[in-house]
Ligand binder design. Structure first.
Ligand code: PLP
Length: 381
């Protein structure tokens, strides 16, 4: 008997028509109509002169968002995780000691990145939902003066806690180390000043407070980080993420082909960064802080309790305990089905215990908060 011919039946599906949701989870966030429209503009070649001009603007716009003069500032092709690996793979050499702060899921991923790059991770643990304790970091440097890098998450999306990036980077610098900072959730959602705070390698994501399409990871590297990368004793293990190669496309007049850039996705990032520049970065931070207070008042009026203490709470990621006796997945399912509203579940040890309400970028609007509070009140009653 001959094998059935799996190619004989031609698949026939309708075009995909996603529902219109309101995204108030941990990301992605809602895209502004201008950003969505940018995605559907005609695709050009990645070496087309018009495109190359747009790439130069993108770098300027990203420097503004990061508040930096760093020449090496560009969007890595790939989600935040690729930006993360780009930082670790380029800055960690086998045998290097790296102090890593862990107070949530994403600090844990940093440890994995260090170890996969052949480094030795010295882990500084803090309680999930609390900030990173600078004294513990100071102590870790005293015990490990050989440490070459300090890695921490500025905005821990799994808990909603902020780290004092300026204080932590200052400790690293005092001990002769560079800093690697995860700003996936912080960029454009709360104060982040790469130059003023002396951060060395910072990665972010397009889909959180920038409100662009998922799949790009803006990064920025200080001169000191660039020198470290150029002076490596071994080649970067990853070909795709080796900055020495990528930069021939992004940062040189030669524009040597490295990989096919995600053209339309870059149009969208450009548009979302224009929107940010039109609003003004400090105004965007202030909007997130103001609307966080509005959401907080509503959630607390319903008796919900925040996980993170006020001074370290991220305005763009609000984590509250699921009330006793309430069916977590059922509530989220009803919010989605009845109100087209997405909120986030807990991650890791917080799974089933918390809800995460994102107020990121274009999702951070008064009408979303009103929808969210009304929908939640009806669902919990
Ligand atoms: N770091 C943080 C703090 C995040 O919140 C995320 C995603 O949620 C990532 C890294 C990974 O980003 P991506 O999912 O875009 O790969």
């Amino acid at each position: 008997m001959s094998a059935p011919d799996i190619h004989s039946a031609r698949p026939s599906f309708a075009s995909f028509a996603p529902p219109q949701r309101t995204l108030m989870g941990p990301g992605p966030s809602d895209l502004h109509p201008r950003t969505l429209a940018a995605l559907s503009r005609p695709t050009v070649g990645h070496l087309d002169p018009s495109f190359v001009g747009m790439m130069d603007e993108l770098k300027v716009l990203l420097r503004y968002a990061f508040q930096t003069e760093n020449a090496l500032t560009f969007p890595v092709s790939g989600p935040g995780s690729v930006g993360m690996e780009t930082c670790f793979d380029n800055l960690v050499e086998p045998g290097d000691t790296v102090i890593v702060c862990r107070n949530g899921v994403f600090g844990g991923r940093m440890i994995e990145n260090v170890e996969r790059a052949g480094g030795i991770a010295i882990v500084v643990d803090d309680v999930w939902g609390e900030t990173v304790d600078p004294q513990k970091v100071e102590d870790a440097f005293k015990t490990h003066p050989e440490a070459k890098l300090l890695a921490f998450v500025h905005a821990e999306t799994s808990t909603g806690a902020r780290a004092d990036a300026q204080a932590l980077a200052e400790i690293a610098r005092r001990h002769g180390a560079l800093s690697i900072v995860d700003a996936v959730t912080s960029l454009a959602g709360c104060e982040l000043r790469v130059d003023a705070w002396g951060l060395d390698a910072v990665y972010s994501g397009s889909q959180k407070c920038l409100s662009s399409a998922p799949g790009l990871s803006p990064v920025t590297f200080s001169e000191a980080a660039l020198e470290r990368i150029k002076g490596r004793s071994r080649r970067v293990q990853s070909w795709f993420m080796d900055l020495n190669l990528v930069l021939d496309y992004w940062n040189s007049a030669k524009r040597t082909y490295h990989h096919t850039a995600p053209i339309n996705n870059l149009y969208a990032l450009h548009e979302s960064l224009l929107l940010l520049a039109e609003e003004g970065i400090e105004n965007a931070w202030a909007r997130h802080a103001r609307l966080h207070r509005m959401l907080r008042a509503g959630l607390e009026a319903m008796g919900l309790q925040f996980v993170v203490a006020e001074p370290w709470r991220l305005p763009q990621l609000n984590t509250v305990y699921v009330p006793e006796g309430v069916n977590d997945p059922e509530v989220r399912r009803r919010l989605l089905n009845n109100f087209n509203l997405e909120i986030g579940a807990g991650l890791g040890p917080l799974a089933g215990k918390v809800w995460r309400f994102g107020l990121m970028g274009q999702s951070c609007r008064e009408e979303n908060i009103i929808l969210c509070l009304q929908a939640l009140a009806e669902t919990l009653n």
